[in-house]
Design a protein. Structure first.
Length: 175
């Protein structure tokens, strides 16, 4: 214990500066909220489905809820039921075991519904595409609005993909 206290007392103050963060995307937070309100009139509700992934994409999606990205503050919520969702955010290749569950979730999602494939596996089947237990990419089963490539895609790319799907839906729903 004394040795630890001695080391603490003799260690100097760190001189390294804290690295600058890239917070340029935060400036458009008000515009993101306005886009969500223009399209839906309320918060965007997302149902995230793991169709057989390695969980790398899920970790990046969970990072969207941390204080740095704070998507809930932007008006984006993750919900437990597809019946309450506006968007399905699907990760992983479409496995045989999840084929029916993904289809039922899509059918349970009310109109207008958006489908986003996040990660290389959901977009193309990834490294699992030739497996006997995989039916391929998500687009083999559902109409996909936006694909977000990457293995795994960083949280900012996932957020951009979600917003792209939202803005595309808004542009097509205009008279």
């Amino acid at each position: 214990m004394w040795q630890l206290l001695k080391q603490i007392a003799t260690t100097g103050t760190p001189t390294l500066r804290v690295p600058e963060g890239d917070d340029a995307w935060r400036a458009e937070g008000h515009r993101i909220q306005q886009d969500i309100l223009d399209v839906l009139g309320r918060a965007l509700c997302i149902r995230e489905i793991d169709a057989g992934s390695c969980n790398g994409c899920e970790l990046e999606i969970h990072a969207l809820n941390n204080p740095y990205y704070n998507v809930e503050g932007l008006g984006i919520r993750f919900v437990a039921s597809p019946r309450h969702a506006d968007m399905l955010l699907v990760t992983g290749p479409l496995t045989l075991n999840m084929h029916e569950a993904v289809l039922r979730a899509y059918e349970a999602t009310p109109q207008p519904k958006l489908v986003v494939a996040a990660g290389e596996c959901a977009c193309t089947g990834g490294i699992f595409r030739d497996s006997y237990a995989v039916r391929g990419p998500l687009s083999n089963l559902l109409p996909v609005d936006v694909t977000i490539p990457g293995c795994p895609p960083p949280p900012i790319d996932i957020l951009r993909g979600i917003l792209t799907a939202l803005r595309t839906k808004h542009a097509t729903s205009l008279p």
